[in-house]
Design a protein around this ligand. Structure first.
Ligand SMILES: [Zn+2]
Length: 142
């Protein structure tokens, strides 16, 4: 497993390499070391590229239900079938473009928003810039 950290806004710029990529596997993901690693990636707003395919698979970190998980991008997250991080991806995004809109369809979305509000969320809140009105509406009707 060769996994690179890249800038969210420019995946062609490699920031670093994950030194212990096995920590990203499902079996290890709930360990505190893995959660810490995912949290760092999340807070730096970085994405990950797995080089199991000639076209690297794009992944990002999502925070839901009080834990961090690694998500394969629904379009660009195609891993090689024998890659430990392989999963079926949809191949399309249902509405909007980019990873930010995907979060809205998650059931953990509202909780995720509350977390941002309660814990300052300086860097995290930038993710939602422009989406704030929709979020407020969603929260009010719940
Ligand atoms: Zn892979």
């Amino acid at each position: 497993m060769k996994i690179a950290l890249v800038y969210k806004n420019d995946p062609s710029l490699v920031v670093d390499r994950i030194s212990e990529p096995w920590r990203l596997k499902d079996a290890y993901r709930n360990s505190s070391a893995s959660q810490h690693l995912l949290q760092c990636i999340y807070e730096k707003q970085q994405h990950l590229l797995c080089h199991c395919n000639p076209t690297p698979a794009l992944m990002f970190v999502r925070y839901a239900r009080e834990r961090y998980t690694l998500v394969n991008h629904p379009v660009s997250g195609q891993h090689s079938q024998n890659c430990p991080l392989y999963s079926d991806i949809k191949g399309s995004i249902e509405h909007g473009v980019g990873a930010d809109t995907i979060k809205e369809s998650e059931t953990g979305f509202e909780r995720f928003v509350y977390h941002l509000k309660s814990s300052e969320g300086q860097s995290s809140s930038r993710i939602f810039s422009g989406d704030t009105k929709g979020i407020m509406k969603t929260s009010a009707t719940a």
